[in-house]
Structures are given as structure tokens and as C-alpha cells.
Design a protein around this ligand. Sequence first.
Ligand SMILES: NC(=O)c1ccc[n+]([C@@H]2O[C@H](COP(=O)([O-])OP(=O)(O)OC[C@H]3O[C@@H](n4cnc5c(N)ncnc54)[C@H](OP(=O)(O)O)[C@@H]3O)[C@@H](O)[C@H]2O)c1
Length: 283
Amino acid sequence: MRAAVLGIGIMGAAMARSLARAGHEVAVWNRTRARADDAAGDSITAYGTVREAVAGADLVITVLFDADNVLAVADDVVAALDQHAVWLQVSTVGPEGMARIAAAASAVGDRLLDAPVLGTRKPAEDGNLVVLLSGPPPARDRAGWALDAIGSRTQVVGDEVGAASALKLVCNSWVATLCAAVGQATALATALGLDPAQFLEAIGGGPVDTPYAHAKGALMAAGAYAPPSFSVDGVVKDVGLMVSSAQGTGFRDDLLRTLLDLYSDVAVAGHGEDDMAAVRTAF
Ligand SMILES: NC(=O)c1ccc[n+]([C@@H]2O[C@H](COP(=O)([O-])OP(=O)(O)OC[C@H]3O[C@@H](n4cnc5c(N)ncnc54)[C@H](OP(=O)(O)O)[C@@H]3O)[C@@H](O)[C@H]2O)c1
């Protein structure tokens, strides 16, 4: 099959390689052309325009930073999308962003899938992402070959686009909280005259342990925040989406707002492009 991947950042580059490894032809486009050229190779071809990349593809993946970036390419995707082709929208945009994208893509709405992913750089490189999927069942069926290439599991969330994007925000609220909690606990250990490794040893193997604490705790201990698996800027974007999506629902967002402050402070201090583990520096 032939896929087009629009957005060759951390996630898009890894997905393009997973698709190629699975035996598919992959067309790639990126705003900064050099990153697309760097990704080109066996079965991966870089194109200078969105329309060139999309033409002839069986499936198009958008994996850009935010909804505005996706909307900026939407007209070209719709214009060049083959009659049978499916649009897999992977960028984390929240349900409101997904609604705006669906409005821009109304001409091909029966083939637009809401498909945010769980997992970061390494799972993306290994084709082991978890895809949260919502949208029309016939389009979901037609995307199976690409979902198999980029992910180890697909969770169908519903038939309407927006449902998967809502669940993605819920999952990222968990991740943003966990990472900040690791930063807080390790910083508190230091403040109280302990070695942060003693905290990780204490929770090790117990019911409140998680591999994530050890992975992010190791980065924090080493102050090793580059290259990022998921950037601080990305977390700020996503927590902002959580706050705005929950507005008016009666949901109490104090904890989200504190997280937004913490990650935003760290971005302002110069860690925006660093890994989210840099939230440790806020403490
Ligand atoms: N990294 C993760 O762990 C992870 C996990 C799940 C989901 N996600 C989501 O996946 C998406 C991509 O994340 P990523 O980590 O791959 O980000 P990234 O490495 O920062 O890449 C961002 C991509 O968006 C493009 N972009 C940024 N601003 C643009 C604009 N104004 N117009 C056109 N393109 C623009 C970038 O192009 P340039 O190269 O030209 O800047 C790049 O291709 C985001 O929505 C993120 O929230 C990330």
C-alpha cells in the first residue's frame, strides 16, 4: 500500500519508518524540508508540497504539532486525496480541534479518522504505539494495514470523530501528572537530605510503582533532557487543551492548572524543546 505522512517530527519520522518496514511505500512532507529529506531512503520519498505527497496515497497521516498546523494543510489534503483514500489524523488536538478539522474536511468526512496515539519516541520507533481510534467503521476497516504497521494495539473509542481525541487528553492528563509527581518526589527527597534513588528503591515492585517513574527518574537524576521523547512545549499544549475542553463541565481543574503553571515555567526557563522530564527543574 502507499501511505503519505505529513509532519516528520519525532512521531512522524518514526511512523514513516514503521510503515516502510512493514513493506509499504511512504511519501513524506514536512514544513522544514530538510527533515523530510533526512527521513528519505528505502521506500520513503520526500516531497516538497502536501499535494504531491498526498496524490496516489491509500492513506494519509497528519502528525503535526497542533490543530492549527493541521488546518493549514487541510485544504491541500482534501484537494489531493484519492477517492478511496483514508485520512488518519494522529496529532493531539483535543475534541474541539478535531471538530474544527472535521469541518474543514467535510468533503471527505466519511473517510476522516480521529487517531491520536499513546506512546512516545521508542514505541513509535518500534511500531508499538497504542492507537485510540474513532470515526466511521468503513474507514476504520480500510486503515487496518497502516494501524498494524504503526501500533501494537488499536482501541476503538466510538464512531464519531472527537471521541478518541477526548480519551487522548484523559490519558495525557495521567502522564503529565505522573511525570510531575516523579519530579516532585525526587526533588523533595533532595530537599530532605536524601538520595532520590532511595525513593525509587522504596516504591520498587510495590503497588504504587511504575516503570515510568524509573525511566523519568533516571533522566531527572542525570539532568538528561535532550533529545526529547515528548517535549515540554507539547505538554503545555496538551494541558491547555485539557483545561479548555473541560471548561463549563463542572470538572475541578485546580490540579491541571498547577501542572500548566509548572510546565509553562519550565518552558519559559528555556526547556520548551527538552523532554517533559525537565519539569523536575521547576521544583
Ligand atoms: N512525542 C510524543 O511522545 C508524542 C506522543 C503522542 C502524540 N504526540 C503528538 O504528535 C504530534 C507530533 O508530535 P512530535 O513529538 O512528533 O512533535 P515534534 O517532533 O515537535 O514535531 C512537530 C511537527 O509539527 C510540525 N510543525 C510545527 N509547527 C508547524 C506549522 N506551523 N506548520 C506546519 N508544520 C508544523 C513540525 O515541522 P518542522 O519540522 O518544520 O518544525 C514537525 O513536523 C503532536 O500533536 C504531539 O502532541 C507526541
